[in-house]
Design a protein around this ligand. Structure first.
Ligand code: XLS
Ligand code: NI
Ligand code: NI
Length: 435
């Protein structure tokens, strides 16, 4: 059943840099070959069924501004109308993937058994639509942060009954993701953290979270799910202190609980900014450990200090992100998900489409710039030259030596290092030639 919401908006096509109007791709050309691979297969765009598609426009001072025909999502009929509208939007955008939380797709009927029933019904419905249209599921996830039961955490909740509810919820969402052929399963722990240490046993909570994630991995193997399990770092919001602070914190956590070979990271640009990092820093940290899984390509406002989840609009930032992704071999089973909201004054269906179109174009430009930098090899050559001292046998031998021996060598050689320029301005100028 058509909601009529997107009526009159034609499918978006690639029309080149001189296209008319804002509802055309100027740079995203799915079939264009970049570094030997189709652009669509590099970027693997996904639309989020929550923020991007369905956000209602509320903020701490006011309710919804964005009126949509599928609100409120209180019955199966409306959940299906919402699914119909979602797939109409996917048909207009032509992106290959989408993502959901259980709470985005099914009506909430209160208890676990009722929600399980509606989840199964709506995911069958989504499966049929997805098959017809060829839109695939990049990842599924469980919303374990909105309902009041999760206010003190899901797997880290002091109440074992909430831990049990979380386990059952994740199992149901993994089953649904598996049924729909999802390529990843994500866990973002917005409430896995604390507000005050006065009421929190941090070490017990971390142990529970580690055990929970091990159960998720055990279950993945039990049902034969071939996708990747991902955790999504974020330093705060909604919790004051979140356990999955940033990529480095998550990697330490995964190693502590023996999960480093099993779980990768879903990195979000806005979360990197909140953690005081750049997006490429987070990506490079994950790549260094072989743990890059997927990305949420939505940025934050640099001034507000809050998770504003805006569509990307900065080519140089996006180019450096894709540079590190390409250098480490690409996104694998992951993709570029827009976990982004339009602004609450952007009322029209066209605004929603234009937000995605612009973001896809920005990413395409970033990807092309990154590929050009890789083909040119300037950054790589600079790195090689900067570390070339380490290519000598003496330098290598030092790494298996000891402080006494090295000190004796320094004294014997009269070592007195000569500082060398880091050339940052020249490298920044170099990047500017590509973006
Ligand atoms: C919130 C997170 C969330 C996850 C999925 O900040 O980005 O949207 O991506 O639960
Ligand atoms: Ni986020
Ligand atoms: Ni996200």
């Amino acid at each position: 059943m058509s909601t009529g919401f997107f009526d009159g908006i034609a499918p978006i096509r690639y029309a080149g840099p001189d296209a008319d109007g804002d509802l055309a791709f100027r740079h995203y050309n799915p079939d264009e070959i970049v570094l030997g691979k189709r652009m669509e297969d590099h970027l693997r765009f996904a639309v989020a069924y929550w923020h991007s598609f369905a956000w209602e426009g509320g903020d701490p001072f006011g309710g919804s501004t964005l009126e949509r025909p599928w609100y409120p999502q209180d019955s199966m009929e409306r959940a299906k109308a919402k699914a119909d509208a979602a797939f109409e939007m996917f048909a207009i955008l032509g992106q290959p993937y989408y993502c959901w939380h259980d709470a985005d797709i099914r009506p909430d009927q209160g208890d676990f058994a009722a929600n399980l029933k509606t989840l199964n019904e709506i995911t069958d419905y989504l499966g049929e639509k997805a098959e017809k249209q060829g839109t695939k599921l990049l990842w599924g996830t469980a919303n374990m942060f909105s309902h009041r039961r999760w206010m003190s955490g899901a797997s880290t909740n002091p109440d074992p009954e909430v831990f049990a509810f979380a386990a059952a919820t994740v199992k149901s969402c993994m089953d649904a993701t598996h049924k729909l052929g999802g390529e990843n399963y994500v866990l973002w722990g917005g409430r896995e953290g604390y507000e005050t240490l006065l009421n929190t046993d941090l070490s017990q909570e971390l142990d529970h979270m580690g055990r929970f994630l091990n159960m998720v991995v055990e279950y993945k193997h039990k049902i034969g799910f071939k996708g990747t399990i991902l955790v999504e770092p974020k330093p705060q919001e909604p919790s004051k202190h979140q356990y999955d602070f940033d990529a480095a914190t998550c990697i330490g956590f995964l190693r502590k609980y023996g999960l480093e070979g099993e779980v990768k990271l879903n990195l979000e640009q806005g979360h990197a900014i909140l953690a005081g990092h750049s997006f490429e820093h987070e990506i490079a940290v994950a790549c260094a450990e072989g743990m890059l899984g997927s990305i949420d390509m939505n940025r934050n406002d640099y001034q507000s200090g809050w998770d504003t989840d805006q569509f990307p609009n900065n080519v140089p930032e996006v180019a450096l992100a894709y540079y590190h992704i390409l250098k480490s071999g690409g996104l694998g089973t992951g993709g570029t998900n827009f976990d982004a909201k339009i602004r609450r004054q952007s009322l029209d269906a066209e605004d929603l489409i234009a937000g995605h179109v612009g973001a896809m174009d920005i990413c395409a430009r970033g990807l092309k710039a990154a590929a050009a930098m890789i083909e040119d090899g300037g950054l790589e050559a600079n790195l090689k030259a900067r570390y070339s001292g380490w290519e000598t046998p003496e330098a290598q031998a030092m790494l298996s030596s000891d402080l006494d021996t090295i000190t004796a060598q320094v004294l014997a050689k009269g070592t007195n290092p000569r500082p060398v320029s880091g050339r940052q301005e020249r490298l920044e100028n170099y990047v500017n030639r590509f973006v």
